[in-house]
Structures are given as C-alpha cells and as structure tokens.
Design a binder for this molecule. Sequence first.
Ligand code: SF4
Length: 344
Amino acid sequence: MPWRGSKDPYRIWLSEVMLQQTQVATATPYYRAFLHRFPDLDALARAPIDDVLHAWAGLGYYRRARMLHAAAQVVAREHGGRVPDTAEVFGALPGVGRYTMGAVLSIGYGRPLAVLDGNVARVLSRLEALPLAVKRPADARVLWTRAAALVPARDPGDWNQALMELGALVCTPRAPRCDACPARRWCAAFARGAVAAFPPAPPKRASERVRRAVALIARAGRVLMTRREGALLDGLWEPPGVELADGMAAKPALVALLRALGLPARLAASGERVRHTITHRRIEVEVWRGTLTDAPPRGSKRVRWVSAKSPEVAVTALGRRLGPFALAAIRRAESAPRTRRRVR
Ligand code: SF4
C-alpha cells in the first residue's frame, strides 16, 4: 500500500479518507493520481472544489472529498498549512471523525489514540470472542473502549497499522487465514473453534426501489448536464433527471424540471431503461431524448455542455452509466437533417 511507511500526516489523512467505504485495490490508483494533482495540503486548499471532485470522480461518497477540501482550507488559513497534532484541534476540522483522528495522529505524530474500523472491529471481536457488531452504536462504544485499552504508549501508529492490516489481509471476513495468523495463540474465537460466529452479522438494511427519468440532450459531441444538489451527490454532474413518485408520469415531470432550469425542450420516449444501484437504493431509470427549442441560459451555474467521451467535470456514477446512451444521442443529433435558416 503506497501510504504505508509514510509519516506525512497529509498523505495518511488522504489515504484514510479514501479507504472509508472503498477497497484498497480501488483506492490505490486514485490515491496516486490525487497526490500527483494535489501533492500537498496547500495545493489541495488552493484548488477549486470542482477540480477536487473531478479527481475523486468514480470513488463515490463525494462528501468525503468536500469535507477534506474544506478541512484543508481551514488548515491553510488557520494553522499555517501544518496538519494540527492535537486531538482537540484536528478533531474539530470538517469531516474528521474519531477514526480519522486516531489514524492520522497515531501514525503521523505518535499520539496514543485508537482506531476502529470494520477490519479492526472484526479482529477485536474474534480475539476476545466478543459478540459485538461495529454497526450497532452500543456495540461500537464497547469496541472503542477495548481498542483504546490496547493501544501502547510506544509506537501506537505501528500498532494501529498492524491491527488494520491483520484485519485486511489475514483476519478477513470470510475464510480468515488462521494458519498464518501471528495472533492465533491469543485468539479466543480460534481456541473455541468458533471463528465464523464472530463478529455477529449486522442487521440488514432493506433496499428501496426508486423510479427516475432523465433527458438526454446532445449537441456537437456534448451532452447537456445539470449540477446535482443535496446531501449525497452535491456538486456532481449528470443529464437532467427527476425522481418519480409512485404513479407519476415521466414526461410532465421532466418538462417541468427542464423549464425550471430554463431549458425549453421537446421530449420523446426512447423506450430504454437503465438499472442502477447506489448503496441500498435500486433505481430504474427511464431514458428520454430531448431537443432544445431555444438556447440554454447563458452563464448558468447549474447547466453546462459536457464532453460525452471525456467529461471535464465530475460526473455521477449514473451519468457515466448513461454515457453510451449519450453517445447514441449525439450520433442521432449529428445525423438529423438540419433545418435551413431562412434568409430574409
Ligand atoms: Fe482472526 Fe484467525 Fe487470527 Fe483469530 S486466529 S485473529 S480468527 S485470523
């Protein structure tokens, strides 16, 4: 892992933020590319948020990128560009939770603070045969107490990284490699022959079905996109779309949305459907083809033409799924007979 061995708090911070919700193999190329683009905290703090989201595009959970960027700006402005080394100050930065704080301060500055993520929680649950699931808040509190009690005063960063990697590489959720485990002789779950019983399975979250309609409007190799707003995808771009309540017809909802964006358009159903899943939401997307009947508003911050082949802004995962449909829309727009403007 390219971040191991580094004591640079910015690099550790970045890696830990990327690894929340993302597998090591997926995060690694993003980590390298992100550092290439923003090699230090000042470079990140100076960058516009759109550039940061663009570098993050594909990793998901964009709130992480926005918080990291906001925190970098606070550090640049109020702490001379140096990552704070105390729990009080570092822990007060945007997006810094207890896990990130423990990881950055123990590895970067040798502070004796614990970490607890899914990997560490699994190792602790098995080592001590504790029937505790980290996703249950009451269980998480007990696990944090256990994790804190184990952190040594000497080299706490090495200890935390060892626990994280034991969980990631040896004590894996399925088929843990107990035969190769350096902690086997202290492991209560192994001694009982009950490794599979720890940790207990977390409660399942019911999945939710959602209907959505999108309008693909193309011109000169580009597709019209709007900026999403709201908690999850704030600041990312995708073709204009609207969520449909039960029984709601797609066309009038799309027309109303386009009108609100200043985009008068004719719409035709394509008959195409895209299925897209985000966490527990299963989204069925109706694809509509649109033709503008007037020019889009100039200088709008919510609407822009985006290259369908290599978008210059951060596009949502759904927007990327719609890429082939967008290219087909472009081909159709290019092959459509042009109406000649009458010369008076
Ligand atoms: Fe995990 Fe097996 Fe090691 Fe116990 S012995 S900590 S269950 S890998």
